[in-house]
Design a binder for this molecule. Structure first.
Ligand code: SF4
Length: 258
């Protein structure tokens, strides 16, 4: 009888302690988390700096400005998340990826190694005559979570309608030949070569030679030549297209016409 009472007392005491501990260390689940996860793109591309969208959602509960890093977030969903969190986030302009290469250089040797750009670049900086050229072995295609990149006859094509500007391809390209530009950009210099004019002419049919005619023709001063390459300042460019008209190498492409 006494043993039963002792055991009962111990059981009761342990129960009280367990309830106390459970309450004290209870992890409260924030109901907003699930809602935000549902509104995020769910692509887990990681370009925001978090391993996946759920981690991003969790971090945004503590600091909503993390959400400004997500380039994939649909404007409507962004607005709904702002309402959930009671904040107003800074807009980020939509970007798209562009390959800054005209694919007009030839091979300097036959590459037979592992068929990835990352492997090919280890052999003499790649097999193209222009050392800045796209190698076309598709590391960007494989990494794109949005199926926006394809390769046709050795040329990388990026589907503007599918690209969300997450930047994974930019990070992956070992030749740094993919750039992110504002989705509303009018023109684009399709070359990455920093070589001088003589070298460029020797290795590519229409790489930029840094002649500066585009910069002179630009009525608003949106183009400057840096390291033998024309660079467009998109915060100034009005899209008049004069640079594309005067370029003797036809290396400035129009992205849109109005
Ligand atoms: S005009 Fe053409 S080749 Fe000359 S600097 Fe401009 S983009 Fe390069």
């Amino acid at each position: 009888m006494i043993e039963a009472l002792i055991l009962g007392g111990l059981g009761f005491s342990f129960g009280v302690v367990l309830v106390y501990l459970a309450r004290k260390f209870e992890v409260k689940v924030d109901e907003r988390l699930e809602k935000i996860v549902e509104l995020l793109p769910g692509k887990n591309c990681g370009t925001c700096g978090f391993a996946n969208c759920e981690e991003m959602a969790s971090a945004s509960l503590k600091d909503p400005t993390y959400l400004e890093r997500c380039r994939v977030l649909e404007p409507d969903n962004r607005r709904k998340i702002e309402e959930i969190l009671g904040v107003s986030l800074q807009d980020i302009s939509k970007k798209i990826a562009i390959v800054a290469c005209t694919f007009q250089t030839e091979n300097k040797f036959k590459y037979v190694g592992v068929q990835t750009c990352a492997a090919a670049v280890l052999v003499s900086s790649g097999f193209k005559k222009c050392k800045y050229a796209c190698l076309g072995l598709g590391d960007c295609v494989r990494v794109c979570p949005f199926d926006a990149i394809s390769i046709s006859e050795g040329e990388v094509k990026i589907d503007k309608n599918k690209c969300v500007g997450c930047g994974l391809c930019v990070q992956t390209c070992p030749k740094n030949v993919i750039n992110l530009v504002n989705a509303g950009a009018y023109v684009f210099v399709s070359c990455s070569s920093r070589d001088n004019a003589k070298t460029v002419v020797g290795v590519c049919k229409n790489g930029c030679i840094g002649c500066g005619l585009c910069a002179k023709a630009c009525p608003v001063g949106a183009i400057k030549i840096e390291n033998n390459l024309a660079i467009i300042d998109y915060s100034i460019c009005t899209g008049c297209g004069k640079c594309a008209e005067v370029c003797p190498r036809k290396v400035i492409f129009k992205l849109r016409t109005n």
